[in-house]
Design a protein around this ligand. Structure first.
Ligand SMILES: C[S@@+](CC[C@H](N)C(=O)[O-])C[C@H]1O[C@@H](n2cnc3c(N)ncnc32)[C@H](O)[C@@H]1O
Length: 272
């Protein structure tokens, strides 16, 4: 007899249902992660097992949207992990600013905090008239709509310096909007990273706190794709808890290991 939360058949039904309804292909996500997130919805809907929760999903049309929201965690804030941004500002930003044009991709951008943080750092290039484009993608349409509006609570701005707040935000209390001159620098688009990725090349790819949810084969595939999508000497930044898989260490030079900042390395020519 399967235990209530160990019934793989019913668990599979839920994932299939979700895939049909939302297009989210859960085969690329870590099973334990999916089970942990599902357990939250089981508790919230008073379901005792996956079978009961599957019935809820079929009965209540709103539930799959809530489940999708719980599966794709959107926690973020401006300049998340301040040390990473400091290190980036010291070791990478000056070099990138010298390039003739800059293309940046924030992959898994949540509500836009990450790409807008980058836009603030690169803003002076816009003033200098240098071509600068920041593409920000996420699987979640609701997030993208919020990101385009650029309205945030005070808690999201904790790491924003007073000077940046004056320059780049309008509002007061618990409602702050990113100014339109900064919003214009970022293009938000839907993209599911388990499928086709946006077209490169990029000078910088920031993919933080997204791949932790993915299976190792997908992480591996993405590391290869990022390498292909980066310009020579382009940079890649991962989340603090994400590590570069060992087989990719020859493809990326470590700019700062602790802060997960890497630079694309050229592959040695293949031997005949
Ligand atoms: C925790 S947030 C990370 C936000 C930001 N990068 C940061 O580090 O603060 C993870 C984001 O990844 C997105 N995500 C999850 N699965 C995805 C997929 N298959 N393709 C694209 N984005 C995905 C979620 O919707 C969520 O907004």
């Amino acid at each position: 007899m399967p235990t209530p939360l160990n019934d793989d058949r019913q668990f599979g039904h839920i994932l299939q249902w979700l895939n049909q309804k939302t297009g989210l292909d859960c085969q690329f996500y870590k099973i334990n992660y999916l089970k942990r997130r599902l357990a939250i919805r089981l508790r919230a809907t008073n379901s005792n097992n996956y079978g009961e929760y599957y019935d809820v999903l079929r009965r209540e049309p709103e539930e799959y949207k809530i489940l999708l929201d719980r599966l794709t965690i959107h926690v973020s804030h401006f300049f998340r992990d301040a040390a990473v941004y400091k290190c980036f500002g010291r070791l990478v930003l000056p070099e990138l600013k010298k390039r003739e044009r800059i293309r940046i991709w924030s992959a898994g951008c949540a509500n836009g905090e990450e790409p807008y943080s980058l836009a603030m750092l690169f803003y002076e290039l816009k003033l200098l008239g240098k071509p600068l484009s920041i593409l920000a993608t996420d699987i979640d349409q609701t997030c993208l709509t919020r990101a385009r509006e650029g309205i945030y609570k005070e808690s999201a701005l904790q790491e924003v310096s007073p000077e940046m707040r004056r320059r780049f935000f309008q509002g007061s209390g618990d409602r702050w909007q990113v100014v339109s001159t900064l919003r214009e620098l970022v293009t938000f688009e839907a993209n599911d990273m388990t499928g086709a990725l946006p077209a490169g090349p990029f000078d910088l790819i920031v993919c933080r706190n997204v791949m932790i949810y993915f299976t190792s084969p997908l992480q591996s595939q993405l590391m290869t794709r990022f390498h292909d999508l980066l310009r020579p000497n382009g940079y890649l930044i991962l989340g603090k808890t994400e590590v570069l898989l060992s087989e990719y260490r020859s493809r990326y030079r470590s700019v700062n290991l602790e802060e997960r900042i890497y630079q694309r390395q050229e592959m040695p020519p293949a031997e005949d």
